[in-house]
Ligand binder design. Structure first.
Ligand SMILES: C[S@@+](CC[C@H](N)C(=O)[O-])C[C@H]1O[C@@H](n2cnc3c(N)ncnc32)[C@H](O)[C@@H]1O
Length: 312
């Protein structure tokens, strides 16, 4: 079945919705004065939102309890981390953030944003990050894969850290992580800050605002043992001045060489690891360059790993 509601410009093949707010959230908090029809329209066009949609409206402890129940036999280390999160962040403190970012005005703004984003097929709403387990668990798994659960304390720089889930996991394992992101404007009318700032604050992670730019050296307060980057897109930029669909500019292999050499010379300690998981939108030349240098990782999944022996 196809329909165009609520997006006049675009026609979508509607996937089956796998949730229904009235059924899945029978006791949702009355602060959620949202337009469910708009939200359902959004969930239909955005597969991530469709998947994580109901969870982001639940109290944090219930999000976690439901997630664990679905897993049936969660690994003990993961359970311990999720218990830690429940103990550290109260439902009420988390609900304050939900109230700010999931109210009627916010959902209206989200619908407007997604109309444009859906036209481009490139975006997914920030609100999805309010579903804590959906995003924290994958970061927990990255941390385990990097051996952070059994390593002595490391200085870690997370580039494009967004809501800060990875930094939260690193801190949990006793590391010192700096969550770096570019400047982000609040997108909800009447709000003074972006959702990422509220989440980083509640997670208690150390943040730094700095935009990674082609050909510009990073300026950081100290050196690091690890750099990580998950779902990275700092090297891709849409220029909307050229028209409503925008024009994608992406770094060349030389831009990557400059950036990685800068990390090696000016940012990292003597022994280090860089873990970059980047967007599939990355151009073929840059991918070939990164692949030719990557020591490990999984290039087919856009995951590249370098260390102090890599000659950029
Ligand atoms: C797809 S999100 C991923 C967020 C987070 N790493 C995660 O996995 O949940 C990409 C992040 O990169 C940030 N970003 C994009 N361009 C950037 C740039 N030039 N410098 C720094 N951060 C950037 C965005 O603001 C956003 O937080």
């Amino acid at each position: 079945m196809t329909s165009q509601y609520p997006y006049a410009k675009v026609t979508f093949a509607f996937p089956q919705l796998n949730w229904n707010p009235m059924k899945d959230l029978p006791d949702f908090d009355p602060f959620l004065d949202v337009n469910w029809m708009d939200l359902l329209g959004l969930a239909r066009v955005d597969s991530t939102l469709n998947k994580v949609g109901p969870g982001m409206f639940l109290p944090l402890s219930r999000q976690i309890a439901q997630y664990e129940a679905e897993l049936k036999r969660p690994a003990p280390a993961l359970s311990k981390f999720l218990q830690f999160a429940t103990a550290k962040i109260s439902d009420e403190a988390y609900a304050n953030i939900q109230r700010r970012h999931l109210n009627r005005q916010a959902i209206d703004a989200l619908v407007e944003m997604l109309k444009t984003a859906a036209t481009l097929g490139i975006n997914s709403p920030w609100e999805k990050y309010l579903n804590f387990p959906a995003f924290a668990v994958s970061k927990f798994q990255h941390a385990i894969r990097l051996g952070l659960h059994e390593s002595s304390a490391l200085d870690i720089l997370d580039i494009g850290a967004g809501p800060g889930h990875f930094a939260f996991v690193c801190d949990y394992f006793g590391h010192r992580c700096l969550a770096l992101d570019k400047e982000l404007d609040p997108y909800v009318p009447g709000l003074d800050r972006h959702l990422y700032h509220d989440l980083c604050e509640i997670f208690g992670v150390e943040t730094m605002t700095q935009k990674v730019r082609r050909g510009v050296r990073l300026e950081l307060p100290h050196r690091f043992d690890r750099v990580t980057c998950w779902m990275g897109n700092f090297h891709c930029e849409y220029d909307f001045e050229s028209g409503p669909v925008g024009k994608l500019t992406d770094w060349s292999a030389d831009d990557w060489r400059f950036f990685l050499s800068d990390l090696k010379e000016n940012v990292m300690k003597e022994k280090f690891e860089l873990h970059f998981q980047i967007t599939p939108m990355t151009n073929a030349h840059s991918l070939a360059y990164l692949k030719s240098l990557s020591q490990a990782g999984n290039p087919d999944r856009y995951l590249f790993v370098f260390d102090e022996t890599t000659q950029f």
